[in-house]
Design a protein around this ligand. Structure first.
Ligand SMILES: [Fe+2]
Ligand SMILES: [Fe+2]
Length: 428
């Protein structure tokens, strides 16, 4: 029998090969999201914290597209399991066992992300532009995101400090990576990979770390101790909105913690929502930082607290999720009101920030009620989302009630100082 014999570089990867490699990339990318979320609350450096939030959100988007592509290639098979890649995955996750957040971020930026970039580029070089075009499109976008992340990490890590333990761990991590070899992520699965020396088993921080370059208070603004004090008017309302926005770093941390606590038991869509939630709250923090910086505030003039995150320290993961849900649902109605007030007073930028914040918060209240309901049903609990929210509110109020005279005086002094600064700016 006569055949046309055709060997072509286009034919390097058959569908099964592609599905296997992309499944591995999906799992590695997903673990990257979890590792970054895990380090977010316990990392003091604010630039790193904010960079983690943005990068884990982008990574979650890449993971989602990779997963979708694996399902397409294996249709109708729905199961995605590590199988022979378990040892590689365990090794990869071991990179979170860093001595501190700054070291982890350096390892992430100098080892893990470049490794992913290299793997995606290798896949692009091997794959067929015709038959595998959908994968090539998603990997090209993933590479563009990772390239942009690389530039952002260079900026975020500029002032990052870590001690000798961090330096030793980092050189160990780089050496382990080099020993594993360039083809590690796309190569044949190994039974074991070069160990990283000096690992410290990772544990997520249940009390949020704060950047020492900023002002640290038990409560960042008077109405965070006593809501009866009210938000104020005019300039006070403008500064208050910016300080409260900056302090939404706690919600960034709580979304990250909830992601880490619940992702293993959740459907993949939870990772998408929690990562987006985390990133949105980090943008709200940035809104506040940008406004305060424009008002002439230096980092040392900007007050931060942690009580909303710390209130979850002793709670179960669902009630921690309830804490964000409580804040979102209690204060969402103020956002459009404030946007209108700022617009009317000629502060278009504060109005603009509040307008977009409100759009985000509408999605977040849906995330909160949807996922609380899901996890409660999954656990067979009889509690309703509103009962979880009430327990969350009590935990927050317990910490507010612990404010001593010293805390109240410190918050008031910081408030007076902030308003004096803002008045000088307003009158200049
Ligand atoms: Fe927010
Ligand atoms: Fe929110």
């Amino acid at each position: 029998m006569t055949h046309i014999l055709a060997s072509d570089p286009r034919a390097a990867l058959m569908v099964n090969d592609a599905a296997h490699l992309l499944k591995r990339c999906y799992l590695l990318q997903r673990e990257c999201v979890l590792m970054q979320a895990g380090w977010l609350p316990g990392t003091p450096d604010l630039a790193i914290k904010l960079a983690l939030a943005e990068s884990l959100w982008e990574d979650a988007l890449i993971a989602r597209e990779l997963r979708q592509r694996v399902l397409e290639l294996r249709y109708p098979e729905r199961l995605i399991a590590p199988d022979a890649d378990q040892a590689l995955l365990d090794w990869w996750c071991g990179f979170r066992d860093a001595p501190d957040g700054a070291s982890f971020a350096r390892g992430l930026a100098s080892v893990l992300k470049p490794a992913l970039q290299q793997a995606y580029q290798t896949y692009l070089d091997l794959s067929d532009p015709l038959d595998d075009a959908p994968t090539r499109r998603l990997l090209a976008h993933a590479l563009a995101d990772l390239e942009a992340q690389s530039a952002r990490w260079a900026g975020a890590l500029l002032d990052a400090e870590h001690g000798p333990a961090g330096e030793a761990w980092l050189s160990g991590a780089r050496a382990a990576w080099a020993a594993a070899g360039e083809a590690t992520l796309l190569g044949p699965p190994q039974a074991a990979y070069p160990p990283v020396p000096g690992r410290r088993p990772f544990q997520i921080a249940r009390h949020a770390a704060r950047d020492p370059r900023y002002a640290r208070l038990a409560f960042a603004w008077p109405d965070r101790i006593d809501s009866a004090r009210g938000p104020g008017e005019g300039l006070t309302l403008q500064v208050r909105a910016a300080v409260h926005h900056a302090n939404e770093i706690w919600a960034t941390e709580m979304a990250a913690a909830v992601l880490v606590d619940l992702a293993e038991q959740a459907p993949p869509e939870f990772l998408d929502d929690a990562a987006r939630w985390c990133f949105d709250e980090s943008r709200h923090c940035r809104m506040g930082l940008a406004r305060l910086s424009a008002f002439g505030f230096s980092p040392g003039d900007i007050p931060f607290d942690t009580f909303s995150y710390d209130a979850g320290a002793e709670l179960d993961p669902l009630t921690r999720l309830g804490i964000i849900f409580y804040f979102e649902t209690t204060f969402i109605h103020t956002k459009p009101q404030r946007a209108r007030i700022f617009q009317a007073s000629g502060d278009r930028l504060s109005a603009h920030d509040m307008d977009y914040d409100w759009a985000d918060e509408q999605i977040h209240t849906h995330y909160g009620s949807h996922w609380l309901k899901h996890f409660l049903e999954q656990a067979g609990e009889t509690r309703t989302p509103l009962e979880v929210r009430a327990a969350a509110e009590q935990a927050v109020r317990r910490l507010q009630a612990q404010a001593g005279p010293g805390d109240v005086a410190a918050t008031e002094a910081r408030f007076q100082r902030a308003m004096a600064l803002a008045s000088r700016y307003a009158n200049a």
